[in-house]
Design a protein around this ligand. Sequence first.
Ligand code: ADP
Ligand code: MG
Length: 240
Amino acid sequence: MIKISNLHKSFDKNEVLKGIDLTVNAGEVVVIIGPSGSGKSTFLRCLNLLEEPTSGTIEFEGQNLTDKKTDINQLRQKMGMVFQSFNLFPHKTVLDNLTISPIQVKKQTKEAAEKKATDLLAKVGLQDKAASFPSSLSGGQQQRVAIARALAMDPDVMLFDEPTSALDPEMVGEVLAVMKSLAESGMTMAIVTHEMGFAKEVADRVIFMDAGIIQEEGTPEEIFGNPQNPRTQDFLSKVL
Ligand code: ADP
Ligand code: MG
């Protein structure tokens, strides 16, 4: 579904991504771990062109994203993104947060968009919050709304950048549970997280990034049980 080849990204003289090669297959859950500052967010942001790659290619569903002719807006509809900060529209209800893009961008009818939004809110356990405003919700609830909002666009892949890092500890589990059920439903997902238990349980493949390259990748058993790269070993010894 996604094929990244020799991806480089520099900010001025700071080379943050130094040649990333990665293929993500349909239905696969790839979890990206690594120290702060290693380029994980930059990498995810390059995937949906929130950052412009300096060089290299990204193919998504057979389309070359780095080609200037690619319609970025159409592409973004196919890639849902969930950030650490929930980024909900504060002056809109939960239901409106979920329906605004399907109505405005995908030209869905209000009825169809609201039907879908209601189903999605039920899926994330927030059916009773449709008329609430984001500020009245807990952080965990807001992040579940953000996930439902991304899903409302019917993406083919979901990108998550530390979706639980801004949450109080008691709310982390409810968000991870929603992500786990999404993974079990067959969604293709790329997830940056520090939740190693979640990574072990849900990942098909774990990527360890450090210093702008993929240092090691493998199954959760391989990466957590028998890491080969000294950098992976050192990182895991600090976080596990
Ligand atoms: P991570 O998500 O792994 O913590 P980031 O991708 O956020 O790492 O950052 C990697 C490096 O890229 C850092 O040195 C950071 O300062 C730099 N960086 C990220 N975004 C920008 C930007 N928009 N402008 C300049 N430097 C940036
Ligand atoms: Mg980051």
